[in-house]
Design a protein around this ligand. Structure first.
Ligand code: COA
Ligand code: AMP
Length: 629
């Protein structure tokens, strides 16, 4: 069947299409139907089924005689470690950890927060939770204690699983003090913590509350997979919204299994046993879906890489991993390739490795700029597939489905809608626009299986954030257009979310930290272009009258505050003091005009501006910090 046939079936005969696809999953109780639409705009998929994610990702393969196959290749240039873990070993490890959790009372529906570096035990922790039907919430290691505390308060975890440290290129990050501080800050307290002691740095334990990972695995008997209902949340993953409060995306189990499994063959074109590598982090959605669940569901070998594209030890490290493990598909963010390109523009290091095993490179998380795509194509000589998706959707919305057929590539476009995704472009009145006209990118409800079902503890916010602007549609927060051939082009966000090195951040959250500084009266944070990271945040501060402080001191302090309160991942390194901020007559700060000024682009003076002279003042200050050139 062609892509067009498959897509059309998913739209016109959705029920039959998804029931057919669902046969790839091993159910404890098969679903009687695919879509449950009794409670619009809430839609559920395979709700009356019983299933277990860990069973499908691990045990099933062992039962089918593939226990000796390698499930995880752990390659850690930062510690000099390489390890291969078979599906059988993974099953043993996960069942033991789940046994420990069960012995301490963790059961279906309990939340478990996971704050771990890129080690195999992070995957084991996620799988142990899903084995028990406990809902995991993984928090990325680059977040500070305060962000961790917010997530503890919202998800109310019975347990927290952590590692003693993470390792960045040149330094060890002790995780445990951050966790202890977060637990102190949080109003909700977990019952216990499990700590993986790494030899690079051992954590101090709190007696009675903290358990050593190794001992903990012996606490209970190895535990079998617990069937859960199809709509049971597999996990909560927090992502940036328009305020400082992160949104807890809830991922329903059955739909996610069905859609993820489908993508492996049809989009990524891999078969069981192939080596698949998503160079991301388990703390992000790409890591959840494509380091952990999808490759394991499909019986692939997943590469878990604890390092960076450059500096561990050099810009040839990705090529070394591809050669050493015969990687078939690599998936990463464009920023990783920009980093490699910057260090090794001629691709000298790539020539040292045999990368014949590689059949394609997939990029997502931010706009894939044509220069980087062309450079990657030149070095790798394989299809470079940009594809577009979000934490909320859990898998690609728009892609080039190489496993069905390789569609023509168009520069700047992630290609076409995947099955079940009815992508449309609407104007501000909610009317469909013509091909090539810019508008809000929306998706007609119901969203296909695997998409978020709601926001944790925040149903109203779910409705308001995604479903209220355009009734009957999910608002993606991206703007763009679709050409005559159905190819989508993503242009920008319509909200204050920015993309820093493929990481999604809220400028609103950074503004909240800046405003809390005693000398800051008013502020704005904008996302300015960056050659490496795509965008970086830049702060504009108006100090309180009579503050009297040295501007440079305040700047240093707010930068440190963001690092302490949000974390190094915010990459907030530039701020300047300005007299006034440009605003509309109704008082709205003109952020996009300031972005254009900072990026040195042409811009129109908005008709609604209160005082146009402010713009030249802003340009002067931005020039002093290296922007607006
Ligand atoms: N724990 C603690 N700190 C972390 C961290 C973690 N897990 N991950 C990143 N950080 C820190 C970094 O050390 C850096 O600190 P610094 O300000 O002291 O230098 C800061 O957070 C910003 O990190 P990052 O934006 O990743 O910048 P970087 O310079 O370390 O690396 C890239 C830049 C491009 C190499 C890196 O971002 C990358 O490989 N990105 C592509 C893959 C990816 O992660 N994609 C995400 C979704 S697909
Ligand atoms: P996240 O939820 O972190 O995956 O971020 C999702 C957002 O990243 C999207 O809404 C887009 O703004 C951006 N994004 C992701 N993939 C792409 C892509 N292929 N092209 C352009 N933007 C992308």
């Amino acid at each position: 069947m062609t892509y067009a046939d498959i897509y059309s079936k998913s739209m016109n005969e959705a029920e039959a299409f998804w029931m057919d696809v669902s046969k790839n999953i091993d159910w404890f109780k098969k679903p009687s139907r695919a879509l449950f639409d009794e409670r619009p705009p809430f839609f559920e998929w395979f709700k009356d089924s019983e299933v277990n994610c860990c069973w499908n990702a691990v045990d099933r393969h062992v039962l089918e005689g593939n226990g000796e196959r390698i499930a995880i290749i752990y390659d850690s240039p930062v510690t000099g470690t390489k390890r291969k873990i078979s599906y059988s070993e993974l099953q043993t490890n996960v069942a033991a950890l789940a046994g420990g959790l069960k012995s301490k009372g963790v059961s279906v529906g309990d939340r478990v927060l996971i704050y771990m570096p890129m080690v195999p035990e992070a995957l084991e922790a996620m799988l142990a939770c899903s084995r028990l039907g406990a809902i995991h919430s993984v928090v990325f290691g680059g977040f500070a204690a305060n962000e961790l505390a917010t997530r503890i308060n919202d998800s109310e975890p019975k347990a927290i699983i952590t590692g003693s440290c993470g390792i960045e290129v040149d330094r060890i990050i002790a995780y445990k003090p951050l966790l202890d501080e977060a637990i102190n800050l949080a109003t909700f307290k977990p019952e216990f913590c499990v700590v993986l002691q790494r030899e690079q740095h051992r954590a101090t334990m709190k007696s009675g509350r903290d358990f050593d990972w190794v001992d903990f695995k012996g606490f209970g008997a190895p535990t079998a997979c617990v069937p859960v209902n199809g709509d049971h949340p597999l996990y909560i993953l927090y992502t940036s919204g328009t305020t400082g409060e992160p949104k807890g995306v809830v991922r329903p189990t059955a739909g996610h299994l069905v859609s993820l499994h489908w993508t492996m063959k049809n989009i990524y074109n891999v078969k069981p046993g192939d080596v698949y590598w998503a160079a991301s982090d388990v703390g992000w959605v790409v890591g959840h879906s494509y380091i952990v669940y999808a490759p394991l569901l499909n019986g692939n070998t997943t590469v878990l890489f604890e390092g960076k594209p450059v500096g561990t030890p050099d810009a040839g490290t990705f090529w070394r991993v591809i050669e050493e493990y015969q990687v078939k598909v690599l998936f990463t963010a464009p920023t990783a390739f920009r980093a490699i390109k910057r260090n090794d523009p001629t691709g000298f290091l790539a020539k040292k490795y045999n990368m014949k095993s590689l059949q394609s490179l997939f990029l997502a998380g931010e706009r894939a700029d044509p220069d980087t795509v062309a450079w990657a194509k030149n070095i790798l000589q394989v299809p470079i597939v940009d594809h577009w998706w979000q934490t909320e959707t859990g898998s690609p919305i728009v892609a080039n489905p190489l496993g069905i057929e390789e569609l023509p590539f168009k520069i700047g476009s992630p290609s076409v809608a995947m099955p079940g995704w009815d992508v449309q472009i609407l104007d501000s009145n909610g009317q469909k626009v013509k091909p090539n006209e810019l508008g809000s990118v929306v998706i007609k409800l119901p969203l296909p299986p695997g998409s978020l079902s709601t926001l944790w503890n925040a149903e109203e916010r779910y409705l308001k954030s995604y479903l209220s602007t355009f009734p009957g549609f999910y608002e993606t927060g991206d703007s763009g257009y679709v050409d005559e051939g159905g190819y989508l082009y993503i242009m920008a966000r319509t909200d204050d979310v920015i993309n820093v090195a493929g990481h999604r951040l809220s400028t609103g959250a950074i503004e909240e930290v800046l405003s809390a500084h005693p000398d800051v009266g008013e502020c704005a944070v904008i996302g300015v272009s960056d050659d490496l990271k795509g965008q970086v945040p830049l702060g504009l501060l108006c100090l309180n009258t009579g503050s009297g402080r040295l501007h440079s001191d305040v700047v240093v302090e707010v930068i440190q505050n963001v690092r302490n309160q949000i974390g190094p991942v915010a990459a907030f390194k530039v701020a300047c003091v300005v007299e006034r901020l440009p605003k509309t007559r109704s008082g709205k700060i003109l952020r996009s005009t300031m972005v254009a000024i900072a990026d040195g682009k042409d811009y129109k003076i908005p008709a609604t501006i209160d005082d146009p002279d402010i713009l030249s003042e802003i340009a002067v200050e931005l020039r002093k910090v290296g922007y607006s050139q």
